[in-house]
Design a protein around this ligand. Structure first.
Ligand code: FMN
Length: 230
């Protein structure tokens, strides 16, 4: 198998050999790390499209996808985001910057959008469609506005995880970030007017050869502390 890792292998906590089919994803997850410094290399546009497609295919509660992805290619906009990113200049000096923005007021319109997609994709009777709509609407209506906004943000983090895993699988470097001032990012990108708020940033690119973070061993809970088999 191709050796992906520039990092020292961390002590394996697996008590048994994983199935061969698990090795590529485990190796990719060992290889990835939150990059501190990116090189100047630009990722091919179709790789970035593939990562956005992976993010679009992420699981979300009921499939409602209460979020959007913004690809910020304009250097001047990235520089305007920088004062709101707690000095994390990798948002400017990376190949591609994605902003994952959650719906601020998910509700009936979120369900209606999903239902129109569902109706186009699957042949369902109107009774079934009505039942699904009512169920989803009542779940969201049972939350306070703050809980609904929190719920939407939770879905963003699932999408972020999908994005990070997909990037690792494609041998593309990344850095997820929540260290930023959402109000400032929202203002620069005009997100509030779209009913959105920046929830996570993800820088993409290639690790700089002098990014020493690549050499840091992974720090993770040992498996026996992490998992309980009951
Ligand atoms: C939700 C989330 C937010 C994060 N925010 C930042 C951030 O603002 N800046 C940063 O450099 N790293 C950030 N990280 C990276 C974590 O610090 C990193 O994933 C963690 O230390 C584990 O290390 P590894 O990913 O390199 O294995 C974030 C990670 C996650 C999942």
């Amino acid at each position: 198998m191709q050796k992906l890792s520039a990092q020292p292998a961390t002590q394996s906590t697996l008590s048994r050999q994983p199935f061969l089919s698990a090795l590529p994803i485990l190796s990719a997850l060992q290889w990835r790390y939150a990059v501190h410094r990116f090189s100047d290399e630009q990722l091919p546009a179709n790789d970035v499209e593939a990562l956005i497609e992976a993010t679009r295919l992420s699981a979300s509660a009921y499939g409602l996808q209460p979020y959007r992805v913004l690809q910020v290619d304009t250097r001047e906009i990235r520089e305007r985001l920088l004062p709101h990113a707690k000095g994390q200049d990798k948002i400017v000096y990376c190949s591609h910057l994605l902003v994952l923005a959650a719906e601020t007021e998910p509700g009936d319109h979120t369900v209606a959008r999903y239902m129109s997609l569902l109706a186009a994709a699957r042949a369902l009777t109107s009774d079934v469609r009505t039942g699904i709509t009512r169920h989803m609407q009542s779940v969201l209506a049972g939350m306070t506005p703050a809980e609904r906004a929190h719920w939407a943000r939770e879905q963003v983090f699932i999408a972020l995880g999908t994005l990070l895993a997909a990037a690792a699988g494609m041998h593309i470097d990344s850095c997820p970030m929540t260290g930023f001032d959402a109000a400032g990012v929202d203002q620069v990108l005009g997100l509030n007017a779209q009913g959105l708020s920046a929830t996570a940033l993800c820088a993409l690119g290639r690790r700089h050869p002098e990014d020493d973070t690549a050499l840091h061993a992974k720090v993770r809970l040992p498996t026996d502390a992490f998992v309980q088999v009951v």
